[in-house]
Design a binder for this molecule. Structure first.
Ligand SMILES: Cc1ncc(COP(=O)(O)O)c(C=O)c1O
Length: 368
């Protein structure tokens, strides 16, 4: 008898961006910049660091199962009830709970092919049929996704903005799509990069209009600089949250994560600084990449994806950058073999990345 079902056997291992220490050790480099995982190069919010330090002496106790304090704070901030808020070990933790909670054996899922890899793994690991609809012009093809909805469809997943493309679905387009979705179908709206995207006037911030079948997911991992802690949150109708809370691991997120998330919400200066650094960095990359003749995809998140002629070329550029101490993400595993995603970092990091790209292109001319 097989050890695992075939849909688990067929899963590929998740390969994360290389850690800085590993690259330093392997390549003997003094300095390495990691621009590979869309983290916040400013570090965690200082207020969260202080709050975490204070909470250390309470670590012998389990955290509050209900996450009451943070859920209340989120409910107040976004003008919903505490019954509409869920917490998890990152937004991915909540995605996992959603998949374990709502799927009957025949249920199917619909999403975009080659979008957020974390959801792809969870959906494929569920063993359910998933309709992966190819993107169009590096954007979600909502019309194509609507055409895949059938009597078995239970969950639709949309990352808005998308990772790894950084593109977003404007409000009008989402509204048109929503009109085609039966109310029994749950839509996960993953807004991991919401803080970066919300300045766009036509960005459909799902908290400004709450639909009963939409689950909004957000995270402290990106704009708040707490990726290593694993804390995210979500909003949905009371009944959805009630059921999710039955299935979720009771003591997740951890005590430290709850404390840090709550403090980060009070750190408006840090959030503003993060957004400023990102806007400046994005403007810099747009100008510099254009000057270097490198194709890039307009992004509303904290990264910018570049397009190369081939898988080989993208691979070569990624490896050459690595040797120069810049870790970026070749998107082959995501399904975009000719693309490289660069997370927007601090001014100096961005400059070092562009300098390295310039030198790779000059030295190698035809990139060979
Ligand atoms: C679109 C998207 N959703 C979710 C996540 C995961 O966020 P978290 O750290 O909250 O699990 C990421 C992280 O890269 C992401 O890009």
């Amino acid at each position: 008898m097989a050890l695992v079902p075939s849909y688990i056997q067929d899963l590929a291992n998740y390969i994360p961006g290389k850690p800085i220490e590993e690259v330093q050790r392997e390549l003997g480099l003094d300095h390495v910049d990691k621009l590979a995982s869309n983290e916040n190069s400013l570090g965690p919010s200082p207020k969260s660091i202080q709050a975490m330090a204070k909470s250390l002496s309470g670590l012998h106790r389990y955290p509050d199962v209900s996450g009451y304090q943070l859920r209340t704070k989120l409910a107040n901030r976004f003008d919903v009830k505490i019954e509409n808020v869920i917490l998890g070990a990152g937004s991915e933790g909540i995605m996992s709970t959603i998949i374990r909670t709502f799927l009957f054996s025949d249920d199917e899922l619909v999403s975009a092919a080659n979008s957020f890899i974390g959801f792809r793994v969870l959906a494929n690991a569920s063993g359910r049929r998933v309709h992966w609809v190819p993107m169009k012009n590096y954007r979600y093809n909502l019309e194509g996704m609507a055409n895949k909805i059938n009597d078995y469809t239970k969950i639709i997943y949309i990352a808005n903005p998308d990772n790894p493309m950084g593109t977003y679905i404007p409000r009008k387009e989402f509204d048109e799509f929503y009109a085609h979705v039966p109310k029994r179908v749950l839509i996960i709206l993953d807004e991991a990069y919401y803080e970066f995207a919300q300045a766009k006037k036509d960005y459909p911030d799902s908290m400004t209009y709450r639909y009963d079948n939409v689950i909004t997911l957000r995270t402290f991992s990106k704009a708040y600089g707490l990726a290593g802690l694993r804390i995210g949150y979500g909003f949905a109708h009371d009944e959805l949250i009630r059921n999710l809370n039955k299935v979720k691991e009771p003591f997740s997120p951890s005590l430290i994560a709850l404390t840090a998330g709550s403090a980060a919400m009070d750190d408006e200066d840090f959030l503003q600084q993060t957004l400023n650094v990102n806007t400046e960095g994005y403007t810099y990359y747009k100008e510099q990449l254009t000057q270097l003749g490198i194709q890039w995809i307009p992004s509303v998140a904290n990264f910018i994806t570049t397009v190369w002629d081939s898988d080989d070329q993208a691979q070569m550029v990624t490896q050459s950058l690595l040797k120069k101490g810049v870790i970026v993400r070749h998107l082959k595993a995501f399904g975009w073999p000719n693309c490289i995603r660069i997370s927007i970092g601090l001014e100096k990091e961005n400059e070092r990345c562009i300098k390295a790209l310039r030198s790779i292109l000059n030295i190698q001319g035809s990139y060979e």
